[in-house]
Design a protein around this ligand. Structure first.
Ligand SMILES: CC(C)(COP(=O)(O)OP(=O)(O)OC[C@H]1O[C@@H](n2cnc3c(N)ncnc32)[C@H](O)[C@@H]1OP(=O)(O)O)[C@@H](O)C(=O)NCCC(=O)NCCS
Length: 183
């Protein structure tokens, strides 16, 4: 098994304050139902922040895109609760490489509302950056609503350069060069 694949199948246990633990694993082909429940369970505000448009629930087409993950050009992970028997997805993080420039990828993440503010977003962003580096990517970027102060704060914390977005003042593009090269 090569190193890239090994990293996609590994499960990481993340202890949380208070004694609970959750686990991170790669999104798999059997996750359509869990993904649908996760995204449809986000509050309207969190869904708007994740997708940038009002979305009452995931369309079948969008769900197909979200689970169409090859773990090479489109890599995705979920965090699920450690409850035996009925684990629930409580966070999703991914990046998608540009087919024209496969060392450049766009990332996005979301944490279930009830689980926000416990450090999962920070850990997931660190995970995405580490995986992108390991895969040899040169740049990660993410588009974020200009009003999303929490995400902007996290992006700054990880050294991302925030720049004006071509689509207007409502959006900000955060860019991280992964190899020190000019981006
Ligand atoms: C943005 C998001 C991913 C952050 O995840 P999270 O798990 O809540 O973030 P963390 O717990 O790791 O906190 C990171 C920082 O955010 C800020 N933060 C967290 N909870 C907060 C709250 N309730 N109020 C204000 N700031 C908060 C803090 O600065 C925190 O740093 P600290 O730990 O030093 O206090 C999450 O809020 C989310 O899913 N939002 C909706 C979807 C979204 O915006 N996705 C981003 C699009 S790319």
């Amino acid at each position: 098994m090569n190193a890239a694949l090994a990293t996609t199948v590994a499960v990481e246990h993340w202890p949380l304050p208070g004694g609970r633990s959750v686990r991170l694993r790669a999104l798999g082909p059997g996750d359509a139902g869990a993904e649908k429940a996760f995204f449809n369970g986000l509050s309207p505000g969190s869904r708007q922040q994740r997708f940038h448009f009002g979305l009452r629930e995931l369309s079948p087409a969008l769900l197909r895109l979200l689970i169409d993950v090859d773990q090479r050009l489109h890599r995705a992970w979920v965090v699920e609760t450690g409850d035996a028997g009925s684990p629930a997805v409580i966070a999703d993080a991914r990046y998608v490489c540009d087919p024209e420039r496969p060392t450049v990828a766009e990332f996005a993440l979301a944490v279930a509302d009830d689980w926000q503010g416990r450090g999962l977003g920070r850990r997931l962003l660190a995970h995405l950056i580490a995986q992108a580096r390991r895969q040899g990517l040169r740049q990660l970027f993410g588009d974020v609503l200009a009003e999303n102060r929490r995400m902007l704060g996290l992006m700054r914390e990880f050294g991302m350069r925030l720049q004006a977005h071509a689509d207007g003042a409502g959006l900000v593009r955060a860019v991280l060069a992964l190899d020190g090269a000019a981006d």
